[in-house]
Design a protein around this ligand. Structure first.
Ligand code: UDP
Ligand code: XDX
Length: 324
């Protein structure tokens, strides 16, 4: 690592305490002192199998028992299953991506759900968690919030963790984060070496100040995490970014072909931010049909939404919230 990345890694990497070691009173005092409002957002597409337990845990710990979270929102991203009903029954508010800022239409992708969530929440601190997380993860929320509640210089916090890989229902202790290890990390080291200290640049668990999040574009698909990292580096500087060790992160994994398409979106975003671009924006992959290889192409061109602060309807919403 370059000296600046190494210095950042030493200074801005912290560890989240376990739930029983957490000083909840101190956290709540910091929240009150800063007059903070906390929104937790779960983007979800077809997550009925996992979203209920996850939302139930979060609601029990951080809404019912301890008022750390003021809004718990699941953004239903074109689900075809019972994600919305399961999430609502477990205690979350639920909104369909298409129903937020409808005048701006609706695009496919995780980043679209995250962008729209800014117009569907009111917290000055926003926590994002994937909805396919497995295991006990309530400590992720205070872990991600702590740097924002205690250090005014920090605007954005990424979770980091070890990443087992779920294969055919069984879990192997390492091997997760395939796009991170095989695509994002080499590219970021090459093009933004100051970001080399991020352990999980693509991780789906992160938190930020609304004042920063609303000033950067949101890539509509899976390029959203790498896009946010590069754009927030520019907006906030490396000193404004932090990471917190959350322990272990397990989630439902996709197959290699799907991750190839995800990697295509990540590469497309990196090339766009590096001032290059992907001519044609098409990724060609191959399947074998028993007699020969069959090519099939997927569009991976970057599609992104502008900084939310530039959207008139969003500013009108904030005026209402401020006045109201
Ligand atoms: O179009 C999409 C794709 C994904 N997701 C959600 O974004 C999170 C991460 O997506 P996924 O699990 O597909 O990625 P992985 O974790 O496998 O990298 C999950 O909560 C998905 O339900 C979403 O809201 N809209
Ligand atoms: O980190 C990664 O390599 C990918 C794939 O993880 P796995 O190999 O399925 O554990 O997962 C992340 O990347 C996506 C794109 O940034 C994020 O949207 C996901 O939340 C995150 O899980």
């Amino acid at each position: 690592m370059r000296p600046d990345a190494r210095a950042w890694f030493e200074l801005r990497t912290s560890s989240a305490p376990s739930l029983d070691a957490l000083d909840l009173d101190a956290l709540l005092r910091a929240k009150r002192r800063g007059q903070h409002r906390v929104s937790v957002v779960l983007p979800a597409r077809d997550e009925e199998a996992t979203v209920g337990r996850l939302v139930g845990d979060l609601h029990e710990h951080w809404v019912r028992r301890t008022p750390l979270v003021d809004e718990l929102l699941v953004v239903d991203s074109d689900s075809t299953d019972a994600t919305a009903a399961v999430a609502r029954a477990a205690g979350a508010d639920v909104v369909a991506t298409a129903d937020v800022l409808p005048c701006h239409g609706s695009r496919r992708g995780k980043g679209e759900a995250l962008w729209k969530s800014l117009a569907a929440t009111t917290g000055d601190l926003v926590v994002f968690l994937d909805a396919d997380l497995l295991g006990d993860v309530p400590h992720f929320v205070p872990g991600l919030l702590a740097p924002l509640l205690t250090d005014p210089q920090v605007d954005y916090v990424k979770g980091c963790y070890t990443r087992p890989l779920e294969v055919d229902g069984s879990s192997v202790p390492a091997g997760g984060g395939r796009v991170t290890e095989l695509t994002a990390r080499p590219l970021l080291n090459a093009l933004w070496p100051e970001l080399a200290g991020f352990v999980q640049p693509l991780g789906g668990e992160y938190a930020g100040r609304r004042s920063a999040l609303e000033r950067v574009p949101f890539v509509s698909g899976y390029g959203v995490e790498v896009g946010l990292l590069v754009d927030l580096l520019e907006l906030c500087g490396l000193a404004g970014l932090a990471q917190v060790d959350l322990g272990v992160r397990r989630h439902t994994s996709q197959d290699q072909e799907a991750l190839g398409r995800m990697a295509g979106q990540v590469v497309s975003t990196v090339l766009a931010r590096a001032g290059r671009g992907w001519a044609g924006g098409l990724l060609t992959q191959f399947r074998h049909d028993g007699t020969g290889f069959v090519p099939h192409s997927t569009a991976v061109a970057v599609d992104e939404r502008p900084p939310m602060v530039s959207v008139p309807e969003y500013r009108a919403l904030l005026d209402v919230v401020v006045v109201g």
